[in-house]
Design a protein around this ligand. Structure first.
Ligand code: ADP
Ligand code: 5GP
Length: 199
């Protein structure tokens, strides 16, 4: 049996602190067919972050230059910093037949869904606002004012969940992870992407 596969673009979005990064990291570690699209951002790197692995960390000037060159598939200001998905990243990886994972905020997700209606869109929800608050505090990457801002944004973002093809509640991480994996496994078998040849 021979077979061919076409790569897909997978958009994972949802409020800040809901567990997108955690789920994406596991997906990428477990499934070699998936590749992460490294975004550009103007925010400063955190201690554990590596240039070109987690993000391309750019100055405002460099980011503006890329904007002027129409280099972004989507871009958004998220919690006061600018982030963008590079067309070059996505195009190169898709050409190689990879399944490309985007971990992006809901503004950017909407833009990708508009431009690439063939993408697979998954919205990750927290089990409650109280749990989301705890997660944002536990992660320890944002100050209390910033956390309240992110929680405020979460309500409007959750109201737009219906724009996505799939919704997954990240309460029990194992369950959420297996649901996202199952969605991806099913999407790989679509006849628009999977071409087995019977000999
Ligand atoms: P996001 O990428 O959506 O902003 P993260 O993946 O950084 O969110 O997760 C936010 C925090 O919540 C992290 O400290 C992470 O370890 C924790 N977390 C993720 N999933 C769960 C879960 N199911 N239960 C409890 N904590 C979780
Ligand atoms: P953080 O600064 O915590 O890494 O990310 C903050 C938010 O920005 C998260 O919701 C993350 O999904 C989002 N984000 C990361 N990269 C991009 C991107 O390229 N575009 C958009 N629109 N959002 C992004």
């Amino acid at each position: 049996m021979t077979e061919e596969r076409k790569g897909m673009l997978i958009v994972i979005s949802g409020p800040s602190g809901t567990g997108k990064g955690t789920i994406c990291e596991r997906l990428l570690a477990d499934d070699p067919s998936l590749t992460f699209s490294v975004s550009a951002t103007t925010r400063a790197p955190r201690e554990t972050e590596i240039e070109g692995v987690h993000y391309f960390f750019l100055t405002e000037e460099k980011y503006d230059r890329l904007l002027a060159q129409d280099a972004f598939l989507e871009h958004a200001t998220v919690h006061g910093h600018r982030y963008g998905t590079l067309k070059s990243q996505v195009e190169q990886l898709m050409e190689q037949g990879k399944n490309v994972v985007l971990d992006i905020d809901p503004q950017g997700a909407k833009e990708v869904m508009r431009q690439r209606p063939d993408c697979v869109s998954i919205f990750i929800l927290p089990p409650s606002y109280a749990a989301l608050r705890v997660r944002l505090h536990t992660r320890n990457t944002d100050d209390p004012v910033e956390i309240e801002r992110r929680l405020g944004n979460a309500r409007g973002e959750i109201e737009q969940m219906h724009l996505y093809q799939y919704a997954v509640v990240n309460d029990d991480l194992e369950l959420a992870y297996s649901q996202v994996s199952s969605i991806i496994a099913a999407e790989k078998q679509r006849t628009t992407r999977y071409f087995p040849v019977v000999e």
